[in-house]
Design a protein. Structure first.
Length: 342
């Protein structure tokens, strides 16, 4: 049965080859009785259309590419990316697309991968986790007219379709929560200063303090790298500034910070309160449970696929921009149950 052709199905159903093709492509211009007869022959024979032939006919590969700026090892160790990929894969399954994953850990990787993802006919579109200043891969893909959706606000969003959360407002709300609890020396463990997500979350941190008459103390701002070990070392660097609360720009860094706090003989939240960002699964089971900003990571991936399919079907202009909601999830690590201020 695997060698059956459209002509074989047409002959058994008593119709033309073009009618079988219209049925397979769900074309409306087919009588219902004829459609049922063709589908019954397909069911009885177990016929599956030849994917290569359908691609040639439709000029579509039905394949999307996901490009992540991470090495293979960090992809599996950072829980954010598997969850994002899960949402993207669910959308691809839902819309009958195949997903190809490309991990870019270096300029050499980018040089090898770019010709493959930009080659006409291989991919129908590309999803790019980005947001880094000077992202040359994004610029090259835009110039090659490949349908592209960026996950995360690009540094230069002109002409780019992207999906993100409002990182400035989310960080602002998290730090404002700490201010309302009465904390006076609120520090932050920011992400790398070459990424828009880090810039936006730091801006939200500073805005929350300035709007309440607080001065920005540079000694209370340290840079991490969105990893647990990065948060651990950043917290060690922050401890001499004697913060009484810390906003970490990711849950992974918050967990690392909590370990450094405990190793210093300090208690959470009695001595130092901690708030993270992401609401990854381990946040609720941390000791103590981590107060954090919940962002819809898997839904971000799903929505990015929907936007990309819209670009493929309807063109890239005007660019699509979708900003999804976040939520502050209050748990024990912020000391809300021991409220210390108005």
């Amino acid at each position: 049965m695997s060698n059956l052709t459209l002509e074989d199905i047409a002959r058994q159903a008593g119709v033309s080859r073009s009618t079988v093709s219209r049925v397979l492509n769900d074309h409306p211009n087919v009588r219902e009785e004829v459609r049922r007869r063709v589908l019954e022959v397909i069911r009885q024979t177990g016929y599956h259309p030849n994917a290569a032939a359908r691609t040639l006919a439709s000029q579509r590969s039905l394949m999307l590419g996901l490009v992540l700026p991470r090495s293979v090892s960090s992809f599996f160790s950072d829980p954010y990316f598997p969850r994002l990929t899960q949402g993207i894969a669910q959308a691809c399954n839902h819309y009958n697309y195949t997903l190809a994953l490309f991990l870019v850990g270096s300029a050499e990787d980018e040089a090898k991968i770019y010709p493959r993802i930009s080659r006409r006919g291989l991919l129908d579109g590309v999803l790019l986790q980005s947001g880094q200043i000077g992202d040359q891969l994004m610029d090259r893909l835009l110039a090659s007219n490949v349908p592209l959706v960026v996950i995360g606000r690009p540094f230069n969003p002109q002409g780019v379709s992207y999906v993100d959360v409002d990182n400035v407002n989310a960080a602002y709300n998290a730090v404002s929560h700490l201010v309302r609890l009465g904390y006076l020396r609120i520090g932050t463990i920011a992400g790398p200063d070459n990424s828009t997500v880090s810039i936006d979350r730091k801006e939200g941190y500073m805005r929350a303090l300035l709007e309440r008459g607080r001065k920005i103390d540079p000694s209370l701002i340290v840079e991490g790298d969105f990893t647990e070990i990065g948060g651990y070392y950043a917290m060690q660097a922050l401890l001499p500034a004697r913060p009484d609360a810390v906003f970490a720009a990711s849950d992974a860094m918050a967990i690392g910070a909590m370990r450094a706090i405990r190793e210093a003989g300090l208690r959470i939240p009695e001595d130092i309160a901690v708030v993270g960002f992401d609401d990854l699964p381990f946040a609720a089971t941390a000791t103590p449970p981590l107060t954090t900003v919940r962002q819809p990571i898997a839904p971000l991936g799903f929505k990015a696929v929907e936007i990309l399919l819209d670009l493929i079907e309807n063109g890239a202009q005007p660019p699509r921009r979708v900003i999804m909601d976040t939520e502050l999830v209050v748990r024990d690590s912020c000391g809300a149950l021991r409220r210390r201020g108005p």
